[in-house]
Design a protein around this ligand. Structure first.
Ligand code: ZN
Length: 163
């Protein structure tokens, strides 16, 4: 199921520093002492991953929206979802702001992921995901009291360049 562009309504959204790939990472935010977001599965269109990186602690978390742990996240090695999340955060907020928020110290030419003193730290995916759904509700269903049909909106509308 693909939502048409017309179903999107106008809402005040802070424009990203650079255009983002919404189909890949539909949701990213710096909040609650974490960089967190929702990352599409590369293989299964029905599945999304909820990923987060703790500011300062660099605790890593990645699981599906059904709270199954991500198979790609083992020990201190960030999975591809966390790397995608960092990349998108850079586009959304600018590299400096992301690095400052997470307290990552690397030189300009080094990928931010290399500056993580990473360790696995499970965080409640359900909380992040419900925040995402609230965010969507705000964007796409303003004033509606209807329950949000789970995942019916997914996949997100691809930017024109990705069709
Ligand atoms: Zn993952």
């Amino acid at each position: 199921m693909i939502l048409s562009v017309e179903t999107r309504s106008t809402a005040v959204v802070i424009p990203p520093v650079q255009p983002r790939r919404l189909a890949k990472v539909p949701f990213v935010e710096l909040t609650d002492g974490r960089l967190q977001g929702v990352v599409s599965s590369g293989s299964d269109i029905e599945r999304v991953y909820v990923s987060s990186i703790g500011a300062g602690s660099h605790g890593l978390s990645c699981s599906t929206n059904n709270n199954r742990p991500c198979g790609g996240l083992r020990g201190a090695n960030p999975c591809k979802h966390l790397v995608a999340l960092l990349d998108e955060a850079e586009l959304q907020y600018g590299r400096e702001r992301v690095a400052r928020y997470l307290r990552i110290e690397v030189d300009e030419s080094t990928h931010l992921v290399r500056g993580l003193k990473a360790h696995h730290e499970p965080s409640p995916a359900a909380t992040v995901f419900s925040g995402f759904l609230r965010h969507l509700a705000y964007l796409e269903l303003p004033g509606s009291e209807e329950p949000i049909p789970e995942l019916h909106w997914f996949p997100a509308v691809a930017p024109a360049g990705e069709r």
